[in-house]
Ligand binder design. Structure first.
Ligand code: LHQ
Length: 269
């Protein structure tokens, strides 16, 4: 498939998705969401992709839903969006497969947040496993600024990452959070000078891509389950997935390498 609203490149076991509408701060159209879904599915089935980076072209990461595509109909008590009967249907049809696709992809997903991440653009960053932010990046729960509520997973991820108090302040005020404040809150893993963002992110992605990526994927699944369950179920899930991890060649190699006091050569299977 060819991509227009995003770029999708693969090198050294790393898939890089770049939101590519820089003149509109990478605002999200239906086409962006269709292509994102396609790239995520492709990354999932491609053994050559062992880690994924999500970033934005130009000076912004993503300004959220392209507001030109929303048709407001307050007199009818409803609003619609291009190609969908309702906003609710639109979220189910276009946004949710992308958010669920990022979480269910059993490969690490790193958001390289190169500038402002607003509205659903912030949700996209939150749905990644790890976030590295440029020092000039910012995070805005922009939804209430325009009379809407957080969607695309922000109500789910934000309190889990930074707790209720910070989350509700961000959501109620719509104020921009700087990269440094985001780091303090635990919203991002690391802040780096803007010019170093992609290199630092690639180094981390390369390290993960050369790791035991089957185990990393199973660990992601176990944590996804544990986020929403009781201790007994989490323990059961860990035990079942540990058995799967232990049956991989990487586990045999990892243990052998430790005993032989050498560096392990992982293959992701
Ligand atoms: C944009 C946008 C944008 C179009 C910047 N759309 N053009 C999903 C589905 C269904 C229902 C509703 O909700 C959702 C989820 C959502 O994401 S709702 C939230 C949508 N996003 C926003 O409300 C954020 C709107 N943008 C902004 O507040 C600002 O642009 C930010 C704070 C991101 C950046 O501010 P500045 O640095 O001052 O840049 P700017 O405003 O000048 O924007 C640069 C260009 O990008 C500009 O284009 P232009 O042709 O005028 O130079 C903007 O119009 C365009 N742009 N966001 N969401």
């Amino acid at each position: 498939m060819s991509y227009e609203a995003i770029r999708y490149e693969i090198a050294d076991g790393i898939g890089t998705i770049t939101l590519n509408r820089p003149q509109k701060f990478n605002a999200i159209t239906n086409q962006v969401l269709r292509e994102l879904r396609q790239a995520l599915e492709s990354a999932g089935s491609d053994e050559g992709v062992r880690c994924l980076i999500l970033t934005g072209a130009g000076s912004a990461f993503c300004a959220g839903q392209d507001l030109n595509e929303i048709q407001l109909q307050p007199s009818a008590g409803a609003s619609t969006i291009q190609d969908s009967a309702s906003i609710e249907e639109h979220l189910h049809k276009y946004y949710h497969p992308v958010i669920l696709g990022m979480r269910s992809l059993e490969k690490p997903v790193i958001a390289a947040v190169n500038g402002v991440a607003a509205g659903a653009g912030c949700s996209l960053a939150l749905a990644a496993d790890l976030r590295i932010a440029a020092d000039n990046a910012s995070f805005i729960q922009a939804f209430t600024r325009i009379g809407l509520i957080p969607d695309s997973g922000s109500t789910y991820f934000l309190p889990r990452l930074i707790g209720l108090a910070h989350s509700l302040a961000m959501i109620f005020t719509g104020d921009a959070i700087s990269a440094q404040d985001a780091l303090q809150m635990g919203l991002v893993n690391r802040v780096v000078p803007s010019g170093e963002l992609m290199e630092v992110t690639r180094q981390l992605a390369l390290r993960l891509a050369q790791g035991p990526t089957r185990a990393i994927g199973l660990a992601k699944r176990a944590v996804n389950v544990a986020l929403n369950t009781d201790l007994q179920t989490a323990l059961n899930t860990e035990a079942r997935l540990q058995a799967e991890a232990a049956a991989t060649r990487d586990a045999a190699e990892g243990i052998a390498a430790f005993l032989e006091k050498r560096k392990a050569r992982f293959q992701g299977r």
